[in-house]
Design a protein around this ligand. Structure first.
Ligand SMILES: *Cc1c(COP(=O)(O)O)cnc(C)c1O
Length: 280
């Protein structure tokens, strides 16, 4: 039996049904977060919850619960489902109303869904590295919102995965932005570089943890945009997200990165990230 949260109630997963006129279903008019659970404890929960409320503000969506209440819901789901290593998915939509593009009256309450799953860590891939495909970034210009509207991301990911890759790395013209569901980093001469946190990327919580790890350990971390050629010429390349953690990319399209194996700086970051996880 699996317990989920739907609009104020904890119910069986099979009983959780949403309305056909939910704006999340019809328009992707909502936001979400994925929060990692390690050994039964949440990782960077506060940062995820704050970002959820920031995404809501950016699209004028009112979340019908206080941050503390939603945090309690997440803890309850982890407990009720005895999650050890897994993740919690949380989404808020603008609610159920007759279909029209403009927002419904403020009396319509947002719909909130949350559930938890056991999800193994991608340990083998983290050790061996993965491959990626460069794909044109065709998404809209508010990628800083973690919105349910993911069609641009899905098309890119599908193109990469159908050709045997783990992830699509997106570029707007010559500028590399991020992965389809992760942030992208290159390493050149021991300097770690990632796209600045502008409207063109989603500022990942994992990205911020890596930034903090670099600061505390005297590793050079630069937020500046880089080109497709700089990726091809990088010493190391990795992506990062809640589910992928620090994931080495050893080949992009047909080009091996470095010697085609996870590099030393990426491995150092993996070790330090592991320490962070263990600290809880
Ligand atoms: C969620 C997401 C990320 C990674 O964010 P984390 O908070 O580290 O999981 C990066 N890019 C996109 C497009 C995302 O949706």
């Amino acid at each position: 039996m699996n317990t989920v949260f739907l609009n104020g109630e904890f119910i069986n997963r099979e009983e959780a049904k949403v309305a056909i006129e939910d704006r999340g279903y019809q328009f992707g008019d909502g936001i979400y977060e994925v929060i990692r659970v390690y050994s039964g404890k949440t990782f960077t929960m506060k940062e995820h919850m704050e970002r959820l409320y920031q995404s809501a503000d950016k699209m004028k969506l009112t979340i019908p619960y206080e941050l503390d209440e939603l945090t309690g819901v997440i803890h309850e789901l982890i407990k009720a489902n005895s999650i050890q290593d897994g993740s919690v998915y949380l989404q808020v939509t603008r609610g159920v109303a007759p279909r029209q593009h403009n927002f419904p009256s403020s009396e319509i309450k947002g719909s909130v869904v949350a559930y938890a799953n056991e999800v193994p860590r991608p340990l083998q891939q983290m050790q061996d590295g993965v491959t990626a495909k460069l794909v044109e970034d065709i998404r809209w210009l508010r990628c800083d919102i973690k919105s349910l509207n993911l069609l641009g991301n899905l098309l890119a990911k599908e193109e990469a995965v159908s050709e045997g890759h783990y992830e699509a790395i997106l570029h707007r013209g010559d500028t590399v932005t991020e992965g389809s569901a992760s942030n992208a980093f290159i390493i050149k001469n021991d300097e770690i570089v990632t796209h600045p946190a502008t409207n063109l990327i989603l500022n990942g919580i994992t990205r911020r943890v890596i930034q903090d790890i670099c600061k505390r350990n005297g590793m050079s971390f630069q937020e500046k945009s880089f080109s497709v050629d700089e990726v091809l010429d990088a010493d190391e390349l990795f992506i990062a997200s809640t589910t992928s953690e620090v994931m080495p990319v050893v080949k992009i399209d047909d080009k091996e990165i470095g010697n085609g194996k996870p590099g030393s700086v990426t491995k150092k970051l993996q070790e330090l990230f592991e320490e962070r996880i263990n600290k809880g």
